[in-house]
Design a protein around this ligand. Structure first.
Ligand code: GAR
Length: 201
């Protein structure tokens, strides 16, 4: 059985979606740990309530990014999961960590990458008058939100949309897309090779 560790910073609704999919067999894996950089992350409680091991790795004031990443690596190595899924983990990870887990470190991002990397994607999409928006699951590489795309799903932006309504609909997509992609990876249907994502037909 494959194992997954989920990294969160807040609400953790994507973690819950992954957890439910593991429970009902849509993903052939077990979530063995949740790691958060925020001790107050709401998603930690769901993990505790469902018997999933939790780890809090907060950045100490004296730590630079590299030192923080090393602490995180120690935790992730001790968990030793087959897959590391970033699910609203709002911290930029440096090259040492990213390259250590290349091919097994996955992220979900609320935009149709490569468009709208970074934060506040929903408002920026509305401000730009984009007709389409969506979510992307990709392999994490050194380039922020720039790793090979595994799968994305789009929706129409409605004239009445606000950042809040759009975020809500994108989140519904995310909750279906992330489990689907994790099962693609676990079944070998999608894989990382030589800096690219390969998908079987
Ligand atoms: C999700 O929309 C996720 O795509 C986004 O944060 C939200 C977390 O929600 N991630 C990023 O913006 C990463 N750059 P959740 O905690 O309820 O899963």
């Amino acid at each position: 059985m494959n194992t997954i560790a989920v990294l969160i910073s807040g609400r953790g609704s994507n973690f819950k979606a992954l957890f439910d999919a593991c429970e009902d067999g849509r993903i052939d894996a077990t979530i063995i740990a949740v790691v958060s950089d925020q001790s107050e992350a709401v998603g930690l409680q769901f993990a505790k309530d469902h018997g999933v091991e939790t780890h809090v790795v907060e950045k100490l004031p004296e730590q630079d990014r590299q030192a923080y990443d090393r602490t995180l690596i120690n935790t992730l190595d001790s968990i030793n999961a087959d897959w590391l899924t970033l699910a609203g983990f709002m911290r930029i990870l440096g090259p040492e960590l990213v390259n250590r887990y290349l091919g097994k470190l996955i992220n979900i991002h609320p935009s149709l990458l490569p468009a709208y990397t970074g934060l506040n994607t929903h408002q920026r999409v509305i401000d730009a008058g984009e007709p389409k928006h969506g979510a992307t699951v990709h392999f994490v590489t050194e380039e922020l939100d720039g790793g090979p795309i595994i799968k994305q799903q789009s929706l129409d932006v409605l004239p009445s949309d606000t950042a809040e309504t759009l975020a809500k609909r994108v989140l519904q997509i995310e909750h279906k897309l992330y489990p689907l992609v994790m099962q693609f990876l676990i079944s070998g249907h999608a894989r990382y090779e030589n800096g690219k994502c390969y998908l079987d037909d």
